[in-house]
Design a protein around this ligand. Structure first.
Ligand code: PLP
Length: 375
């Protein structure tokens, strides 16, 4: 029988990011039962670490079984009832997906649109809330991975709350890499993923729900259409605390919980502020290097974690990315949606946001761009 031997790539795309050996070792620890007291203690500790990384005291903070998209669906199916009006910021692929997911929940979605690469101002958000005063929630993508745009969030919750709307955030490419303060910023519900700035394999989606979101769920007239993602049942497993009274819902992805637990330990050992500063420094170094290669950023307010640059005129997108992968073992991301063929997306996430990786990709790009730039 064959065994598999995946190559050790340098993962510098839009995720997954490189996974530290400590996390891979944790993944290989013995599998426990999902109601074993030892496992429940690990799960409780993981949720507590998630609260620290999210900077929240929300008791209902846990990893949804599934990738970031499962977190998006989890928020939508639990916080929306058919007929609800909602406002979603759409300035890239992921805002577009939120709109799609929420429409499938029966919502009337008022899309607040901006050109790809742009972000929304508080004034635009306030105007949308005034135009659609019955909106039950406002949803924004903090880090739009398809364009590399960095959406400011401070002050947005107050605008939503003034209109009785909840404030929902997609933090898949910001958690663990960018400043993010769930409680201070008044965010009512948020989701993320493990394989971006937390440097854990894909498979879990950390979510957190605040008091307003809990009240909204408690007041539902109808059951969420998803059984698997129904938080009223999930909370009986994740929230009962102290190891007693846990109710089986589905078998938790045990070994992925170990991996997330270890990945969060690494984040907290480094310290959130130091980690965010490291991402910023890697971004600045990359930006300066790309500048000198004549490559320019597409968004005006760029993320540190995802760098979206225009492909030089005349360059063969697919062939150059293939050379990066085959000759250098480096993966970067292609353009998504309207940016397909026009942009490259270079991720500096978690374990990958290092001087070494920045200098490696710059050296490789210099090399592979030489024939086309020198004519
Ligand atoms: C990656 C990503 C998602 C989806 O996460 P998956 O883990 O691929 O399901 C959602 N939103 C944003 C902003 C992302 O970058």
């Amino acid at each position: 029988m064959n065994t598999i031997h995946p190559a050790e790539r340098v993962l510098m795309g839009p995720g997954p990011s490189p996974v530290p050996a400590r996390v891979l070792r944790a993944l290989g620890a013995p599998t426990l039962g999902h109601l074993d007291p030892q496992y429940l203690a690990i799960m409780d500790e993981t949720c507590e670490r998630l609260r620290q990384v999210y900077r929240t005291r929300n008791p209902l903070t846990f990893p949804v079984s599934g990738t970031g998209m499962a977190g998006m669906e989890c928020l939508a199916v639990n916080l929306i009832e058919p007929g609800d009006e909602v406002i979603v910021g759409v300035n890239g692929v992921f805002g577009g997906r939120m709109k799609d997911v929420m429409e499938r929940c029966g919502a009337t979605v008022h899309a607040l649109e901006a050109p790809w690469g742009e972000v929304f101002t508080a004034g635009q958000v306030a105007a949308a809330l005034e135009q659609h005063p019955k909106s039950r929630l406002l949803a924004l993508v903090h880090a739009e991975t398809s364009t590399g745009a960095h959406q400011p969030l401070e002050g947005m919750a107050d605008l939503a709350h003034r209109h009785g709307a909840l404030f929902l955030v997609d933090a898949v490419t910001s958690l663990g890499g960018h400043e993010l303060r769930v409680d201070d910023w008044g965010i009512d519900a948020i989701y993320s993923g493990t394989q971006k700035c937390l440097s854990c394999p894909p498979g879990l989606s950390p979510v957190s729900f605040g008091e307003r979101a809990l009240a909204r769920m408690d007041a539902r007239k109808s059951k969420p259409q998803s059984w698997y993602l129904d938080v009223s049942m999930l909370r009986k497993y994740y929230l009962s605390g102290g190891g007693g009274g846990r109710v089986y819902h589905h078998t938790a992805p045990i070994n992925m919980t170990y991996a997330l637990n270890e990945a969060l330990a690494i984040v907290l050992e480094e310290g959130l502020d130091a980690r965010i500063a490291r991402h910023a420094a890697a971004h600045r170094r990359l930006r300066a290097g790309l500048d000198s290669l004549g490559l320019s950023y597409i968004p005006r307010q760029s993320l540190h974690t995802l760098n979206c640059v225009g492909i030089p005129a005349g360059a063969d997108d697919a062939a150059l990315r293939r050379r990066l992968l085959e000759d250098y073992g480096i993966e970067i991301g292609a353009g998504l949606g309207v940016m397909a063929g026009k942009a490259w997306r270079i991720g500096l996430m978690g374990h990958g946001a290092t001087t070494r990786n920045v200098d490696l990709i710059l050296a490789a790009l210099r090399e592979i761009l030489r024939p086309s730039t020198a004519g």
